[in-house]
Structures are given as structure tokens and as C-alpha cells.
Ligand binder design. Structure first.
Ligand code: KIV
Length: 266
């Protein structure tokens, strides 16, 4: 079993091998995903939504992210572990951005960090890469900019946005990012960017032409209630399966069927 590295991902792009990436937030989940062979585990700040129940990712703190990252790093034997830098941990100044990125590697056990932004983050990416911390960029729909964008909307639809996204993609590559996530981008534009860049693109709601794909694990497992974005494909309905298991447990306890003789100490 060979450990996945940032250079291995770049080789995968060159060899046209698709990169698989999923989010992960805890130890037992990470063990399953790692054994199943996913290449990259992103400790996403989506933990704010799917783990903590916040309305968006803005309240997530460094301490929360480091807690999740430590759990994932302990469980990942093969996959590359990427820690997602939370809102206000890299926007204020280069020194703070470097210090917080360093905390993901030193205290969290991550092997790379991810941050949101394009042209506006080129200098931040460069500052972090300069101290040998690999950076994955994230352009298109950037959830930490939800208020500026006026909601969670597909990006790059008109000419102005298209031009901006192309500039963002070139800027993060120039800054030294080893890879870039593109979220909610029309497939034609995602293809153009993928062909223009030498670093791998990882799509989420960006069509099939990216070098890899990422989804939030709770979406893949069908754990969430309510609205489901168009780009999500649930591969199983664990919400229903877990609900049935818990109902069966409650029923057996109420009827005196659990614990059975085999669960009792003598
Ligand atoms: O936080 C996250 O889970 C992400 C992915 C959706 C790319 O940024």
C-alpha cells in the first residue's frame, strides 16, 4: 500500500487517472474510506454543516478543525489528508495564514491545507507554499463567501464571471497550489480550466472533465435530510437504515428482548 502524496496526484493528472476525494471528519469513518481506497481525504469545514449543524461554514473555528483533522490523520494510512482552513484563519494577514496552516500539519497531522479564493488569495497561497506546506485551492462557489455571492449559486455563468474564474484558476496555479477544487462551475468552463492548468482540478458540481471528483461523505451515504444539490449522488440511504436499526433496538428494549442471554455476564 503506497501512501498518496501531492506529487502522486500530479502524476495521476499526467497519466489521466481520475483522482477520488471525499470529506471525512472522524476516526471510524476515515478507516472505512481509507480501506476502500479513496485517494484524498478532505477534513472539510463542511463539518460546520454536516457535523455541527451550523447554517453555513462561517462559525467553524481552528480548534474545531484541528480536532477533526487529528481524528482523520490517525485513521488515514494511505489517503492524503488535507485540512480545510476555516473562515478568518488565513484572510487577515500572511503571517497568521502561515501560522494557522502550520498548525494543521504540526497539531493536526494533515499533509496539506485547502483554502478558498483565486486572484485575491494568490499571495496567501505563495506565502504558505514558501514554508513547504502544500496548498489545495478552491474556486467557483466558495462557501465562505456565501454573503458576497448572495447564496450558494453556480458560478461562471456569464462572461464576466467566466473570465474571473479563468483568472482565478491561473492565479492559484501561479501561487504554487498543487491542486484546485472547482465547485458549481458549468462543465464546459471546468473542462477549459482543466485543460489550461498543469495542476489537477477536483470538481464538485463541475462535470465529468475535471481530473478528479469530491463529494461530502454525508451526501454519498444519504445521511442528510432536506434539500439535496443537483450534483449530489447518494450511493446508499443510511439515514433510513440507521433509523430502522434504532427503531428495532428501542422495540427490543421496550419488549424486554434485549439484552438476550448471550449478552449477559454470569
Ligand atoms: O468543506 C468541504 O467539504 C469542501 C468540499 C465541498 C470541497 O470544501
Amino acid at each position: 500500500m503506497e501512501k498518496v502524496t501531492v506529487t502522486a496526484l500530479q502524476k495521476m493528472k499526467a497519466e489521466k487517472k481520475k483522482i477520488t476525494m471525499l470529506t471525512s471528519y472522524d476516526y471510524p469513518g476515515t478507516r472505512i474510506l481509507d480501506e476502500a481506497g479513496v485517494d484524498v481525504l478532505l477534513v472539510g469545514d463542511s463539518a460546520g454543516n454536516v457535523f455541527s449543524g451550523y447554517a453555513n461554514t462561517l462559525p467553524v473555528t481552528m480548534e474545531e478543525m484541528l480536532y477533526h483533522t487529528r481524528a482523520v490523520a490517525r485513521g488515514a494510512k494511505r489517503a492524503l489528508v488535507v485540512g480545510d482552513m476555516p473562515f478568518m484563519s488565513y484572510q487577515v494577514g500572511l503571517e497568521e495564514a502561515r501560522r494557522n496552516a502550520g498548525r494543521f500539519l504540526k497539531e493536526g497531522g494533515a499533509e496539506a491545507v485547502k483554502l478558498e479564493g483565486g486572484v485575491n488569495m494568490e499571495a496567501v497561497i505563495r506565502a504558505i507554499v514558501d514554508i513547504d506546506i502544500p496548498v489545495m485551492a478552491h474556486i467557483g462557489l466558495t462557501p465562505q463567501s456565501v454573503h458576497r455571492m448572495g447564496g450558494f449559486k453556480v458560478q461562471g455563468k456569464d462572461d464576466r464571471q467566466r473570465k474571473q474564474l479563468l483568472e482565478d484558476a491561473r492565479a492559484v496555479e501561479r501561487g504554487g497550489a498543487f491542486s484546485v477544487v472547482m465547485e458549481c462551475v458549468p462543465e464546459g468552463l471546468a473542462r477549459e480550466i482543466t485543460e489550461a492548468l498543469s495542476i489537477p482540478t477536483i470538481g464538485i458540481g463541475a462535470g465529468p472533465h475535471c481530473d478528479g471528483q469530491v463529494l461530502v461523505i454525508h451526501d454519498v451515504l444519504g445521511l442528510l435530510e432536506g434539500f439535496r444539490p443537483k450534483f449530489v449522488k447518494p450511493y446508499v440511504n443510511l439515514r433510513e437504515t440507521i433509523g430502522l436499526a434504532v427503531k428495532a433496538y428501542c422495540k427490543e428494549v421496550e419488549e424486554g428482548l434485549f439484552p438476550g442471554r448471550e449478552h449477559v455476564f454470569k
